[in-house]
Ligand binder design. Sequence first.
Ligand code: GLA
Length: 726
Amino acid sequence: MITYNEQQKSFLLTGKGYSYAFFINQMNTLQHLHYGAPIFPSDMSHLYKIGSGDTQTPNPENFNRNLSFDYTPSEFGFYARGDYREPSAVIARKDGGQMSCFTYVSHEIFDGAPQLKGMPHARKGDKTLAVTVRDECTPVEITLFYTVSEDSTVLVRNASYKNVGDEPVQLKRAFSFCFDLPGGYEYKRMCLGGAWAFERQPSVVPVSHGVTRLQSIRGNSSHQTNPFIGILKEDCNEDSGECYSVALCYSGSYVLATDWAFNQRLRIHGGVSDFNFSWQLEKGEEFITPQAFLNYSANGLGELSRGYADFMRDYVIVPRFVRAPRPIVVNNWEATYFDFNNEKLFPIIDAAAELGVDTFVLDDGWFGKRDDDKSGLGDWFVNEKKLEGGLKTVINRCKEKGLKFGLWFEPEMISEDSDLYRAHPDYAIKMEGVTPVRSRNQLVLDFTRQEVVDHVYNVISKVLRENDISYVKWDMNRSITEMYTPSLPAERQGEFQHRFILGVFNLAERLTGDFPHIFFEGCAGGGGRFDAGMLYYFAQFWTSDDTDAYERTKIQWGTSFIAPLSTMSCHVSACPNHQTGRITPISSRAAIASLGPTGYELDLSILSEEEKEAVKQQIIDYKQVSELILNGDLYRHRTTLDGGEYFFVTVVSKDKSQAYAVGLRTHGSPCDFDHYVQIKGLDPDKIYHIPELDITASGKSLAGYGVLLRRMPDFGGWTWHINQVK
Ligand code: GLA
């Protein structure tokens, strides 16, 4: 619901479990009033009184002598009008002047949600408020969009910048959103940081005075810092306390900044990275920023995450796949790496069919001259030396065995040793006279150029058209460090990073749109681009290259703060694990891999009979819970992060009639006499049965008293199927 109060000139926006309010103050600028617990329209007069009082709003009659904008809780920070905090936008006019003051022009409230052309976005929404402000110092109008939905905890925001004058202007910073919370000292900041094979490890630190930035300047949202920020009240934990978060619906370089200022307010704002950024806006042109998904919970981080999970499923992820049963795949990467031929692949395919797997995914190495990572990227035609008879032979084998076929691509990359590079060296990102930086021996294609994107579209779509392919794994294995393209003039080089990701979105939109029957999985050296932007195109993402069950408990735990389980691709791999060397029981690996779209990443043909039987049973068991994995609510109980001894989560059906609990114990202990785990999320008044434990008890007792955790070997895992009996 969105209402406008004429008298106060105030806006009140209300979604599921939150309200958001601001008003047009005496200076005609937008002033933030409230974000948090729901408030009644009648409370607005109280907030308005506080907001419009002397301490917060400059006095138009006596601007110089009274308090300046430095004290104003701003709805979109502007620069050089006495607000010394960092602004949300920096705009340079033709003479180089960079001052701004955003004053109210008009607003409209309409049904539905804005559809951003060429960029991922929330596909729907109940109501949208669009408020336009005019910069008094440059010829720019900014429209701030706010979309609310009654059944969602997420408020969607973005901004569009329009040059309404005759002269060009240059955006030096063009953030998507801003809000100023009171009581900066009360907050902690949460981030999901990490590295390759170590993605999205949550950390929570007190907010400090001054500006702190979470950002990526790598051209992708990155393994290192996910485009997510949590703002937690001091007493917030998993099940109680207030918290906020912002997740950007964006996959390129970004920034999310906090500024705890002298006035004790905490400003949170961000969007496209402003590092080396500029965007030239000619007369009449518009710059549309990515959407930011603001989320609020009055009841801890668990509820915050469930709010995001529902929102991602209902509003973002491609609707035709979001609730569709996911293929159970076997992927040959860890089984063969680059070293394969039909003789090696066929036994894997045959074993997969026998064990109940339904899709075979052929990973890196099937194309061009690609026997290691030094060559071939860009040559998207089959290597017949390796695969005699071409893709068709492998696909036919799959078909004979009743399997579907999936294929790996890395569309944004190029090897110098490739036909593509020999024909079009200029397609690679590099700067004349400077040796390009290779990472994994490869260069990045210049996706700021439409002809490069078109070329990749043509060659990949040819493969997809000519072959019976039902699944594509879209990988991206390096970041960009040289943000330069000769196709843009000097004063526009700052546009590189955003233009690059627009090229990626363009290709993703065309390929997923033109091949709607193909299921796309995203990947970026594992989970290096696991963000809402990618989830708009790809219903699931390869969570991490680290397939070790214990490491995955941490990675999947962290990922669950931003996305539902249905998006986290999880495979059972061989032991000793290829990334960590750790040995874990196959049952534990399967338990952890069942917390997402599952599959296998090993040579199924060389498993022992006992292991084969185990895999067969795992697939049967997985199918029983796959509906819960797609649509259930996640409750996080215990984490292995920070040295925790075990991992334990429960997935509960929306009607609370069914649940699936999964755990993993890091190491056994001789003194496990009285170790109880509580099961959250069940209906306290319902009676449940857990066959694995032969327990029948009420939801209340399972949440309160809990159940006894039996003694277990190192890295022992468990799965409990919890069913309502009364
Ligand atoms: C990345 C992916 C892996 C695999 C390899 C192939 O690392 O994350 O799953 O596809 O590339 O080169």
